[in-house]
Design a protein around this ligand. Sequence first.
Ligand code: HEC
Length: 150
Amino acid sequence: MKHLALATLAAATLFTALPAAAQFQKPEDAIKYRRSALFVMGQHFGRIGAMAQGKVPFDAAAAAANADVVASMAKLPWAGFGPGTDSGDTNALPEVWLETEKFKGGQQKMQEELAKLATAAKSGNLDQLKAAFGDAGKTCKGCHEHFKKK
Ligand code: HEC
């Protein structure tokens, strides 16, 4: 039990400390890192989407657990967009490094909507979940349209 608590604490510390401190050996590592984080985030976001769209039965506990993962994962990718990581195996557009304020704004807006999504998921109210999922999804789409290759 003690180990579990420590591991949980370590993981929580990681999630808060990593983005600012993250450093990568090579640009390829940064690209792989951000894409992996976005991929995992997308998987868990999609599971909530399936409930919001009625494709799988609404399960408030599962929705809340997924929303927490999404909100935590959403903090990670951005440290992987450092200088020199604009080319290689990536779908990021050059605008990421040219319009940094706009790119940051998109991240912040998403974090806000994901926090609301986590609250909505915990409420156990499907209508609230649907609305919050829609709002959060718009922030994904808005950023992708401008900063990501089709
Ligand atoms: C601030 C901008 C921004 C926001 C907000 C954003 N994304 Fe992205 N996303 C990107 C960029 C840029 C890439 C391309 C990364 C690359 O290829 O290096 C990407 C790539 C992805 C990928 C592909 C990862 C892979 O396998 O290569 C997924 C999945 C994804 N995003 C899901 C989401 C979801 C879900 C949301 C909303 C909850 C979201 N994104 C919000 C900018 C954003």
